[in-house]
Design a protein around this ligand. Structure first.
Ligand SMILES: CC(C)(COP(=O)(O)OP(=O)(O)OC[C@H]1O[C@@H](n2cnc3c(N)ncnc32)[C@H](O)[C@@H]1OP(=O)(O)O)[C@@H](O)C(=O)NCCC(=O)NCCS
Length: 113
C-alpha cells in the first residue's frame, strides 16, 4: 500500500503481510520518501495500516522487525503502542557488518487512548 503526494509521486509505502495459519500480521518495508521524513507521515501511515489490520478481523497482533540502531523507526512504532518483545542478535548483515534486529509487537484490542 502507498500514499502519493499531490504530484502523484510516492510519499510513503508499506506492506501488511499475512502469515499463513496465524492470527498475526507483519508490517514490512515501511518507508517514507527521504526528503519528507520526520513530518508525521510515517506515523499517520502506520496508524492507517493498523486500522486496516484491525478492521480486517481475525487478527490478534501485528509484528515487525526493525534494526536496533534505527531510532526514527523505533520512536515511530513505539509512539503507536508497539512494544519491543525481543532481539535477534546479528540477524542482518549490511556492508559486511552484523546488526541486531528488534522484534516489536502490537496486540489487539488496542488500549483506549
Ligand atoms: C522510520 C520512518 C518510516 C518514520 O517515518 P517519519 O515520517 O520519518 O516519522 P514521523 O515524522 O511520523 O515520526 C513519528 C515519531 O517518531 C519520531 N521521530 C521521527 N524521526 C525521528 C528522529 N530522526 N529522531 C528521533 N525521533 C524521531 C517523531 O518525533 C515522532 O514521535 P512522536 O509521535 O512522539 O511525535 C522513516 O523515517 C523512514 O522511512 N525511514 C527509512 C526507512 C526505514 O528505516 N523504515 C523502517 C523499517 S523497519
Amino acid at each position: 500500500m502507498g500514499w502519493l503526494d499531490q504530484e502523484g509521486k510516492l510519499l510513503v509505502y508499506g506492506e501488511i503481510v499475512k502469515k499463513p495459519n496465524s492470527n498475526r500480521l507483519n508490517f514490512c518495508r515501511i518507508i517514507v520518501r527521504p526528503n519528507q521524513r520526520d513530518k508525521g507521515y510515517g506515523k499517520k501511515f502506520c496508524k492507517s495500516l493498523i486500522e486496516i489490520s484491525q478492521k480486517s478481523g481475525n487478527y490478534r497482533s501485528i509484528r515487525l522487525n526493525v534494526l536496533s540502531n534505527n531510532k526514527p523507526a523505533i520512536y515511530c512504532y513505539s509512539s503507536l503502542g508497539f512494544k519491543i518483545i525481543g532481539t535477534l542478535p546479528n540477524a542482518r548483515r549490511i556492508d559486511n557488518k552484523s546488526h541486531d534486529l528488534m522484534i516489536m509487537t502490537l496486540n489487539f484490542p488496542l488500549p483506549k487512548e
